[in-house]
Design a protein. Structure first.
Length: 380
């Protein structure tokens, strides 16, 4: 598997042996960064993308001589997209590998499960994609390089109400996901404040395959659109089953839709749907296109999705903080991360506020024949 080569499976095994023996090896001068995410499981597309972005940033920095005259060693753990496994991964990275900092997770529920241990151990953690507000509220060692869901909910509510001019919208949320539940609530709040009506609010649990009961209930309320703030796996199935049931409402969603697997699962049923995201791969900005080319050259022509870009940005922000700290001491890195301002990332200018959240723009994309077509940018 290509990933094993990326993470340096041999190097990783070597690192484990060294850590286990408590001896200093030839690479002991390396700065250790731990990464955790779903490399396998139902949301593996997210974890694979973020890993590629993170690894690319680390390779680039190492090729340029590293940071503080030292190489960075990335130790990657697969948490299968499960909260319990995310905690296990972080516990291992901190207690056994003794990493100086962590990158992860993207799924808010997994970050929420792992962050308390990072906080308690005083190891800084930078999430690339977790947008639920509660994540950074865990404590002053927890950061993120993405926007948060009160903003994302407002972006889609305004798009539905002001751009699409819709009055009646229904919600279909994943009650197992902190991300989905939060985003559904924030959307409702904003959409209602704009004079719209939420005509129904149905739910499912990640892993479900049959959404006919919920869709039939929604159909009876004749919504003009259905907001589905879930992950691509279920969203693709929901789109298919909705169309089959004769539900032609516009489907709307959030960043959890961002995967090329979405179209593989949902196909044409998704045409004319819209979702908010962290960046558009088609943005003509030279910074973004330079990154797209660099990523494609490294990964067999693959186009970086938002998670790949966020992974790259998270690693770059963290490495910049290490450089400014002049040390890989976790407390020094934390303090320097907290002062991140105006960092020019791929997903936008990253400035962390007093809550350690990034305040950034979002984009709205339209799903069209397997492509995500750029519609608009919304500033905070
Ligand atoms: N924002 C999602 C969450 O908090 C994760 C995600 C980020 C998914 C970016 C796709 C793209 O759970």
């Amino acid at each position: 598997m290509k990933l094993a080569g990326l993470a340096g499976a041999g190097m990783l095994a070597g690192a484990l042996i060294l850590a286990a023996c408590g001896k200093k090896g030839p690479e002991s001068n390396d700065i250790l960064i731990g990464e955790f995410g779903a490399l396998t499981g139902s949301i593996a597309s997210f974890g694979q993308s973020t890993h590629k972005g993170v690894a690319l940033a680390v390779e680039e920095v190492n090729a340029g001589g590293g940071v503080l005259g030292r190489k960075i060693r990335l130790i990657t753990e697969d948490d299968q997209g499960k909260p319990e496994e995310a905690l296990t991964a972080v516990t291992k990275l901190i207690s056994k590998d003794r990493v100086s900092a962590l990158i992860g997770e993207f799924a808010s529920s997994n970050s929420l499960a792992a962050a308390p241990f990072a906080q308690q151990s005083r190891i800084p953690m930078v999430s690339h994609g977790s947008t639920n507000p509660k994540v950074t509220q865990i404590g002053d060692y927890i950061f993120r390089v993405c926007f948060i869901d009160p903003f994302q909910g407002e972006v889609m509510a305004k798009f539905a109400r002001n751009t699409l001019k819709l009055d009646r919208v229904a919600i279909l949320r994943d009650i197992k996901s902190d991300y989905s539940v939060g985003l559904a609530d924030y959307f409702t709040k904003s959409f209602t404040a704009l004079g719209g009506t939420v005509v129904a609010d149905e739910s499912y649990s990640a892993g479900d395959k049959d959404f006919n009961a919920q869709l039939t209930a929604l159909k009876g309320k004749t919504p003009a659109a259905i907001f589905v703030p879930g992950y691509y796996t279920e969203v693709g199935l929901i789109a298919r089953q909705a169309r089959k049931l004769g539900v032609h409402a516009i489907l709307l969603g959030g960043d959890g839709w961002d995967s090329d697997k979405l179209w593989e699962i949902g196909g044409e049923a998704l045409n004319g749907s819209y979702f908010s995201n962290h960046y558009s791969v088609d943005n003509p900005s030279p910074v973004i296109q330079g990154f797209v080319e660099q990523f494609k050259a490294r990964y067999d022509g693959e186009k970086p999705d938002a998670l790949a870009a966020l992974g790259y940005d998270a690693a770059k922000v963290l490495i910049d903080a290490i450089r400014r700290a002049g040390s890989d001491d976790p407390k020094a890195i934390r303090d320097s991360l907290a002062t991140t301002q105006g960092f020019a990332g791929i997903t936008g200018i990253i400035s962390l506020n007093e809550n350690r959240d990034a305040v950034k723009s979002a984009v709205v994309l339209e799903v069209k024949d397997g492509k995500f077509v750029y519609k608009e940018t919304v500033d905070p």
